[in-house]
Design a protein around this ligand. Structure first.
Ligand SMILES: Nc1ncnc2c1ncn2[C@@H]1O[C@H](COP(=O)(O)OP(=O)(O)OP(=O)(O)O)[C@@H](O)[C@H]1O
Length: 268
């Protein structure tokens, strides 16, 4: 019988060395008595898509917030696109962006007004054209002049994605990018992200509870549990290691602390 899960991550599957898009070392965040993030380390290669998985309260959002410089680590270090975070974050903020369906944009402003404000914050050149292009790409045209408060949850998610892409970021951090989307629109958004990654050689880190999404989209999966990294590898290798056909089954194994027999010999 073999203990599944590898404890702290070994050499990341996809990072081929060189300058990483994200380099996190011994990162810790303690909120009063909660160790939300407990000594995690990983490097994410440029141009890759990585999924951050874990149950509720595993530490995904806190990790992303520290990568963005919005939450200060208790200890450890974060580097993004070669800049130390938070000290040098202003050197790279213009090359990053973030999306979360749980962070609302001003409700009374129209979609176009919201995108204009964010575009100006990022000093986007030819902003009107950029907004038109995003409206085309993400199918926002019919509600571009409607206030954000009058959109459906799925429409808001698409607008949030347009906001995240407004500055054509090199690094995109996404928290549940397809939450509230119907399966067809969710699939279409995933294709859009994949195309964006290819055309811009962008790096994407996404927290998701949608295992199929992570399986389809990600080159690499980092599984967190109680603030620690439980596993870190390509989806295929993780599924093989747990002797499972889907990431959903792996997720349940990790969440329930199951031990399985038959994992391939020599796997960590
Ligand atoms: N501002 C805060 N103050 C105190 N505790 C916090 C704070 N933010 C998060 N936590 C705690 O830190 C832990 C990790 O939370 P976090 O939001 O990072 O998890 P998560 O993996 O993103 O969860 P979910 O999937 O539910 O969004 C949880 O126990 C949470 O209650």
């Amino acid at each position: 019988m073999q203990q599944i899960g590898t404890g702290q991550a070994q050499t990341p599957a996809v990072d081929q060395g060189g300058s990483a898009a994200i380099d996190v070392a011994h990162l810790v965040k303690v909120y009063k008595t909660t160790r939300a993030v407990d000594d995690i380390s990983f490097r994410i290669a440029r141009g890759s898509i990585t999924g951050l998985l874990g149950g509720n309260g595993a530490g995904k959002t806190t990790t992303i917030a520290m990568i963005m410089g919005l939450v200060l680590p208790t200890s450890g270090s974060v580097e993004v696109l070669g800049a130390r975070i938070p000290e040098q974050r202003y050197d790279v903020l213009g090359r990053m962006n973030f999306e979360s369906p749980y962070v609302d944009m001003p409700m009374r402003l129209t979609v176009r007004q919201n995108l204009t404000i964010f575009g100006r914050l990022y000093a986007v050149q030819h902003l009107r054209e950029r907004i038109d292009q995003l409206a085309d790409d993400l199918d926002l045209k019919e509600f571009l002049d409607r206030s954000n408060g009058k959109l459906s949850a799925g429409q808001k998610t698409r607008v949030a994605l347009a906001k995240a892409l407004i500055n054509e970021p090199d690094l995109l951090l996404l928290d549940e990018p397809t939450a509230s989307l119907d399966p067809d629109t969710a699939d279409w958004v995933r294709q859009h992200l994949e195309t964006y990654r290819k055309t811009h050689n962008a790096t994407i880190l996404l927290a998701s509870h949608n295992m199929l999404e992570v399986e389809r989209l990600c080159d690499r999966v980092i599984i967190m549990k109680r603030g620690k990294i439980e596993d870190d590898d390509s989806p295929e290798r993780i599924m093989a290691r747990y002797n499972r056909d889907t990431l959903e089954e792996v997720f349940l194994d990790v969440a329930r602390g199951r031990v399985r027999e038959g994992a391939p010999e020599g796997t960590p």
